[in-house]
Ligand binder design. Structure first.
Ligand code: GLC
Ligand code: CA
Length: 546
């Protein structure tokens, strides 16, 4: 299956986020690698996803799991060679799967030779590649992101006897984007991977590129100028490639990242995600409809990317203090489940392993406006291990089977980069790909099905959305429309059965076709359209005039 050549391919994509080291170990050293991942592309193709997003795989001291990069144009030796990466890329492309890689622009590892040079003396030519100061007084209006580990955005460098600026861990010094040499070098790095054939970048931590006194140092116009410059170069030299923004910001601040179709093609919708969990717990559609009403229109070629979980904590930065307290109370009863401003748990445990809620959340993920991202392992309902530090509890080895090391690796179990999930409910003997593949009613099979249904129409990836507001506020209902096509989605956010009357008058005479079974529901007439819904049930209908 060749790659589809549509320049807007990302609008129809289903993205699968995976960390190379977590997926499949081909050489028995206990660490997942490129050849291992390549062997599992058939699995991903069968699942139906059309793009993979790989977490950073570059040389790194791995103090932030690779987001601390020490060399941008090579690969970490535990994951294989550059040639192995190339092979993976080609094999993915042969299957019609695109490859999105990570580009951490904002900062490097303190082990990067650039920083080593920059810190070696105050007059080193590389000095100005980072942000230095004699005091800790600068940029006081800037928040600290890794609240649980950092107390300042400045760190003392004992070698050059001054402070350097960092928005994340203190071992991740921020690059100085006021320096044209830095900007040029980072473009060269991107070009290196684009020339090799990667399809897209997730640009990490983009709001923080530039600092200015008297601001909060986020989303500055100077930052947007730099990002637009990158986009211009992509459009000129690599048309059809895509840029995805990691900007954990409010909708109004997110909108500028799309620019006039001259900045990002896609951006994560961070504020929506926690509100889906909130709506579910409150059994009320309001958090979801409200945030989507506040979400500005984006240009035609642009797209939101939607997700339920990812490799980080479930972030609660884009909610109010009250909402955050509610989320903590509801989803992180134990303090060890919390990290920074978020919750470090996987999807299935967050939803108490309730299959109905897992399906409902995925149903919304796949039918709200945007491109869905599935976090590896969530398609089989993997659990987490909160006894592992930082965010490592949601990055445990993929569970392929109930056999030795879950089929992830032939290494001695002590050598695995992280222990497997072992508990009776989520452990690999209970939750694994092999057994779910064999069972017609497994979550995995269900995920394959919903992905296939989603892909059977462009309406979810490209259509407009219009909310219906039935009197029953436990029901979240919306129309998705694209040209002559229309789909109706009805979600019951409640744990009990509900009836709902929908105003579909303008579709009078249409029949509803339930999309999973292709069964016909009654024709729309003059009366409100009545549906009864079981707990956490949802429907996708095609509207058809006949
Ligand atoms: C992004 C990544 C996160 C990382 C941070 C610093 O937020 O998602 O995992 O720790 O950037 O690079
Ligand atoms: Ca390996």
């Amino acid at each position: 299956m060749p790659l589809n050549r549509d320049a807007l391919w990302y609008k129809d994509a289903i993205i699968y986020e995976v960390h190379v080291r977590t997926f499949n170990d081909s050489n028995g050293d206990g660490i997942g690698d490129f050849p291992g991942l390549e062997q599992k592309l058939d699995y991903l193709q069968e699942l139906g996803i059309t793009a993979i997003w790989l977490m950073p795989f570059f040389p790194s001291p791995l103090r932030d799991d690779g987001y601390d990069i020490a060399d941008y144009t090579a690969v970490h030796s535990s994951y294989g060679t550059l040639e192995d990466f190339r092979k993976l890329l080609d094999s993915a492309h042969e299957r019609g799967i695109r490859v999105i890689i990570e580009m951490v622009l904002n900062h490097t590892s303190d082990q990067h030779p650039w920083f080593q040079e920059a810190r070696s003396s105050q007059n080193n030519p590389r000095r100005d590649w980072y942000v230095w100061s004699d005091t800790e007084a600068g940029y006081k209006g800037t928040r600290i992101i890794f609240l649980d580990t950092e107390t300042s955005n400045w760190a003392w460098d004992p070698i050059s006897k001054s402070y350097y600026w960092h928005r994340f861990f203190s071992h991740q010094p921020d690059l100085n984007y006021d320096n044209p040499a830095v900007r040029e070098q980072m473009w060269n790095v991107m070009k290196f991977w684009l020339e090799m054939g990667v399809d897209a970048f997730r640009l990490d931590a983009v709001p923080y590129l530039v600092e200015r006194e008297g601001t909060n140092c986020e989303n500055l116009p100077e930052t947007h100028t730099i990002l637009k410059e990158l986009r211009r170069k992509i459009d000129e030299q690599f048309p059809g490639r895509m840029l995805l923004a990691e900007a954990n910001q409010w909708p109004a601040d997110l909108r500028p990242y799309f620019g006039d179709e001259d900045e990002f093609h896609m951006a994560f919708h961070f504020p929506l995600m926690p509100r889906m969990f909130m709506g579910l717990k409150l059994e009320d559609r309001k958090p979801i409809t409200e945030i989507l009403q506040q979400t500005p229109e984006i240009p035609p070629s642009c797209q939101w990317s939607l997700f339920l979980r990812n490799h980080d904590e479930l972030t609660l930065e884009m909610v109010t203090d009250m909402e955050r307290d509610y989320m903590y109370d509801m989803y992180a009863e134990s303090k060890t489940m919390r990290l920074n401003l978020g919750i470090r748990r996987r999807l299935a445990p967050l939803l108490n392993n309730d299959r109905r809620r897992i399906e409902l959340m995925n149903g919304m993920l796949m039918s709200l406006p945007g491109t869905p991202i599935i976090y590896y392992g969530d398609e089989i309902g993997m659990g987490d291990n909160i006894s592992l530090g930082d965010r490592n509890g949601v990055r445990t080895p993929m569970q392929w089977s109930g056999g030795w090391n879950s089929g992830f690796s032939i290494a001695e179990p002590e050598r695995l980069y992280a222990p497997l999930i072992q508990d009776p409910v989520y452990g690999y003997p209970a939750v694994n790909v092999l057994s779910q593949r064999e069972s017609e009613h497994s979550l995995l099979r269900w995920m394959q099905r919903i992905i296939a249904v989603r892909r059977s129409t462009a309406v979810f990836g490209r259509g407009a959305i219009e909310f219906l507001y039935p009197a029953n506020h436990r029901i979240l209902a919306y129309l998705r429309r694209l040209g002559k096509e229309a789909a109706l989605v009805v979600n019951n956010l409640s744990s009990t059965a509900q009836a709902v009357e929908l105003d579909l008058r303008r579709y009078k005479g249409n029949i509803l076709i339930e999309m999973f079974g292709n069964n016909i529901f009654p024709r729309v007439g003059d009366l409100p359209y009545l549906l009864t819904m079981g707990p956490y049930q949802f429907y996708w209908f095609r509207l058809r005039r006949v």
